[in-house]
Design a binder for this molecule. Structure first.
Ligand SMILES: *Cc1c(COP(=O)(O)O)cnc(C)c1O
Length: 457
């Protein structure tokens, strides 16, 4: 084997199809319920929020979905993304393990999120959508959709969690540079926002609240605006499969196959993006990669949440889905990986986890930043705090391999860079960050507000 470090694909290797796990999943899909009636949703309800092509992808069981040429042309601005072997990290750890990472921070906005923002804007444009609403926490999803909106000439309205709006001005500046309008949520532009501000004018906001506002604006717009979500939904996970499809080819170039495939998990899209093509190989081609989702101990929906039906948002306007949840009314602690602060998880990941096809682990905030700094000082790249969760787990795997004297091949997804997150690094280096206990009482309280769904037969 050579001493190659970067594994680079050609333009011609850019995937032509997205992979849809629904075709191969050994667990049946669970129904999506209307938030008012708690009965299975009709396409009519969804078509208020989404264009028909995305609704069809949401319920599709086709194995491969062709990527439109217009989308592939834009993907070529940053795809195929590189795969690197972290040789300097391996040396720093003194491990016999081989560590590879897929670098999704290579996109113009610095994360994997354009992989779905671009097709979502494309399908909306094709069906005549003029404006899209969405939410954003730290601003990564908002900046991806703002960029895609500028490419397809769609107006983008972003409801940004107020505390991030105040603390992270640069992501807001980026969205505005692409031409998006950004509002600090809760706003006084929606019924729900006004009701929250009446109770507490200083409400710091949350992702669940911002989703509610973005959904309300689209639902009340008489068809003028549609809504876009950056994670959790089946079509989002399908779009992200380009990550894993490329990684399969690049591991082949490296002459190795991963024993373990790792991704951080907020709503689950970048994890599914790298893991599902490898899961297909497990299910259909006799491979045996372990698939490991990594979440923060502060919001451990997979490892500690209840597997049940719950609302996708705080105001109970988004569809109800079966997922591992901490409760839609649970407000996660203010950890610095804002993209992982979500009460639920993508339903397909939950079903596969429940059936034992996927593993999960939760890691604490300080150990995560410690891993991020070691990574930066050995590989050079400063990771997003979200991605640092995957790095922590990859390092733990490498140290376990060292303790056992095993050669283990580890692949993780580096979902984004941390160049906009340096204020969080400053806090870590000043010793101002803390670990959070699992918020058991708040979760128990939130569990009393779950929807009372009569389990469908
Ligand atoms: C949004 C985001 C995440 C979390 O979202 P998933 O849907 O779980 O992937 C992780 N990493 C980065 C860099 C993000 O921007």
């Amino acid at each position: 084997m050579s001493d190659q470090t970067r594994f680079i694909l050609n333009d011609t290797d850019l995937p032509k199809f997205w992979y849809n796990i629904a075709a191969d999943s050994p667990v049946p899909p669970t129904p999506v319920l209307h938030p008012g009636t708690l009965e299975p949703v009709t396409p009519d309800f969804l078509s208020v929020l989404f264009p028909m092509q995305l609704i069809l992808q949401e319920i599709s069981t086709e194995r491969y979905i062709q990527i439109p040429d217009e989308v592939r042309e834009i993907y070529k601005l940053y795809r195929p993304t590189p795969l690197l072997r972290a040789r300097r990290l391996e040396k720093a750890l003194g491990t016999p393990a081989h560590i590879y990472y897929k670098y999704e921070g290579a996109s113009p906005v610095g994360s994997h999120k354009p992989n779905t923002a671009i097709p979502q804007a494309f399908y909306n444009k094709a069906e005549g959508t003029k404006a899209l609403t969405t939410e954003t926490g730290a601003g990564q999803w908002g900046s991806a959709l703002a960029m895609a909106g500028s490419f397809f000439d769609i107006a983008i309205e972003v409801y940004m969690v107020k505390i991030s709006y105040q603390q992270k001005p640069y992501r807001r500046n980026l969205m505005e540079t692409y031409g998006a309008q950004v509002f600090a949520s809760p706003t006084n532009l929606t019924n729900y926002g006004r009701s929250l501000l009446a109770e507490d004018p200083n409400n710091p906001g949350s992702l669940g609240i911002a989703i509610s506002e973005a959904v309300e604006v689209a639902a009340m717009s008489n068809g003028a605006k549609k809504y876009s979500l950056g994670s959790v939904l089946n079509h989002v996970l399908t779009h992200q499969s380009v990550i894993g499809e490329e990684a399969l080819k690049q591991m082949d170039m490296a002459g190795e196959y991963p024993d373990v495939v790792i991704g951080c998990a907020g709503g689950g899209s970048n994890f599914a993006g790298i893991a599902y093509p490898f899961l297909r190989e497990n299910l259909k081609n006799g491979k045996r990669a372990r698939l490991l989702a990594v979440e923060p101990t502060a919001t451990p929906s997979l490892t500690k949440g209840v597997y049940t039906f719950d609302y996708g948002d705080t105001a109970k306007m988004a569809p109800v889905v079966k997922m591992h949840t901490l409760g839609h009314s649970f407000v996660p602690p203010s950890i610095h990986a804002g993209g992982l602060r979500y009460h639920g998880m993508a339903p397909s990941i939950c079903a596969l986890y429940d059936a034992g096809h996927i593993d999960a682990v939760a890691v604490p905030q300080l150990a995560t930043f410690e891993a991020a700094v070691l990574f930066a000082r050995s590989e050079g790249l400063v990771p997003a705090p979200e991605s640092a969760h995957a790095i922590r787990a990859a390092i733990d795997e490498a140290l376990d391999a060292k303790a056992k004297g095993e050669k283990r091949v580890i692949l993780f997804n580096l979902s984004g860079h941390g160049n906009f997150d340096l204020a969080s690094y400053e806090k870590y280096m000043k010793g101002e960050l803390e670990d959070y206990e699992y918020p058991a009482e708040a979760v128990a309280e939130a569990m009393t507000h779950l929807p009372q769904v009569a389990m469908p037969a």
